[in-house]
Design a protein around this ligand. Structure first.
Ligand code: ZN
Length: 345
C-alpha cells in the first residue's frame, strides 16, 4: 500500500503483481481522497469535498490492449492523484481494460472485448474466457460506481482508444445510439477541447462499452479515438496533450464547460454496416487507406461471393475497415456527413 501511495504505480503493480489486488481494498490519501481498488486495473477516487452537483466520471482505456497512448494518459493521471499532485473535484473511476493483452502487445487475447458489453459477455457459449469475464467485471465496476450518484449528479464515460489505421481525421469520437435521448452540444464542445473535431453518430444498439454506459446508465458516453496505435513508449505524447489537459480540467475543476464553437466539427452518421459473410470477403481499397476516406457514389468498396458493397451516395466515407474479422462480424462501416438536429440540446 505504501508503495502505491508513494509511487502511484497502480497500473504497473496491476500488471506485474495482480495478486496484490485479488481482494478489494480502500484507503484515504493525505488530502482526504478516498481510494478503492476492487481488482487489478480497477481503481476509483472520491474527493473529500465534492461540489453540490457531482460529475461521476469514468475514464477507461486498454479495452484493446495495444492502444497504448490512452493507457499512458490514464496511468499518469492515476499516478498524479495517488501521489497528491492532482487534486480531484469529482469522483473518478479509472478502468485499465485488458491487462493480459497489454502484456503481449495485442488488441486482444481471444476475443475483441469491445463487442462483449451489454450482456454479450454471457451470451452464446457464456462467460467462458478471460475477456468475457473481464467485460462483465468492467460493467459491474461502472454500475457500482454510478450507484452512488444522486439524481442531481451527472454521469460521464469516455472509453479511450487509438485506431489501427491512420485517419484523415486523426481524432474522432463515436456517439453511441441514444434511442429517445438528445445529443449534447456541451459534450461535443468538451470533445472539441480534447482535440476531437470529428463525431460519428451511431444509429443502432451495439455491444461496445460506451453504448453500455450510455444506454444502461444514461451517461454521457463516447468511444474516443485519439490517434494511431503505437507500442508503449513510442507515442508522440504532444499529440495527446490537448486531450490530457481537457481530462485533467474535467476531473479537477468544479465545472469545466469549455465554450467552443461547434461550427468546425465534422459530423457523420453511419450509412452502412457491412458484415463479413464469406471467407472471400475483400476490401476494394489499399490496406493503408485512412479512416474517413470518401468515395463517389457507385464506387465498389468491398465484395464477397454473391455480394458487392458500393458507396450509395457521393462523399460516403469508410471507417474501421477490417477484412480479417470472424464470419458474421462487422468488416466495414460507411458514414455520410450529417448535422445535429435543432432539438439536440
Ligand atoms: Zn480500440
Amino acid at each position: 500500500m505504501l508503495q502505491l501511495i508513494e509511487k502511484g504505480n497502480f497500473l504497473s503493480l496491476s500488471r506485474t503483481q495482480p495478486s496484490l489486488f485479488s481482494s478489494p481494498l480502500s484507503f484515504s490519501l493525505d488530502n482526504g481522497t478516498y481510494v478503492t481498488v476492487t481488482a487489478p486495473g480497477i481503481i476509483s477516487f472520491h474527493p473529500q469535498t465534492p461540489p453540490k452537483h457531482k460529475k461521476f466520471i469514468v475514464l477507461s482505456c486498454g479495452v484493446h490492449g495495444n492502444e497504448t497512448a490512452p493507457i499512458e494518459i490514464c496511468d499518469d493521471m492515476v499516478q498524479q492523484i495517488l501521489t497528491g499532485t492532482l487534486a480531484l473535484s469529482h469522483p473518478v473511476l479509472f478502468l485499465f481494460g485488458n491487462l493480459p493483452a497489454m502484456d503481449i502487445g495485442e488488441r486482444f487475447v481471444e476475443e475483441n472485448m469491445n463487442r462483449l458489453f451489454s450482456g454479450a459477455h454471457s451470451a452464446g457459449e457464456g462467460c467462458v474466457n478471460d475477456e468475457r469475464k473481464r467485460a462483465k467485471a468492467l460493467e459491474d465496476a461502472v454500475s457500482n460506481f454510478y450507484d452512488d450518484a444522486s439524481n442531481q449528479d451527472t454521469k460521464y464515460h469516455y472509453d479511450l482508444h487509438t485506431a489501427i489505421r491512420a485517419s484523415k481525421n486523426e481524432k474522432f469520437a463515436v456517439y453511441p445510439y441514444l434511442h429517445e435521448r438528445k445529443h449534447s452540444r456541451s459534450q461535443l464542445a468538451f470533445l472539441h477541447a480534447c482535440g476531437v473535431s470529428t463525431i460519428l453518430l451511431s444509429e443502432s444498439a451495439t455491444t461496445t462499452f460506451s453504448y453500455y454506459s450510455s444506454h444502461q446508465h444514461g451517461a454521457h458516453a463516447f468511444t474516443v479515438e485519439l490517434g494511431k496505435v503505437k507500442p508503449f513508449g513510442q507515442n508522440d505524447m504532444s499529440r495527446f496533450e490537448q486531450a490530457r489537459q481537457a481530462f485533467i480540467a474535467l476531473v479537477s475543476l468544479d465545472d469545466y464547460a469549455p465554450d467552443i464553437s461547434l461550427d468546425s466539427l465534422d459530423i457523420y452518421r453511419v450509412n452502412q454496416v457491412i458484415n463479413k459473410h464469406k471467407e472471400d470477403f475483400t476490401l476494394h481499397f489499399a490496406d493503408d487507406t485512412p479512416n474517413f476516406m470518401d468515395y463517389a457514389k457507385g464506387t465498389c468498396l468491398a465484395s464477397e461471393s454473391g455480394a458487392e458493397y458500393v458507396a450509395q451516395q457521393d462523399g460516403e466515407a469508410i471507417v474501421f475497415p477490417n477484412a480479417n474479422v470472424e464470419i458474421g462480424q462487422r468488416a466495414l462501416l460507411t458514414v455520410v456527413p450529417t448535422t445535429l438536429e435543432e432539438s439536440d440540446v
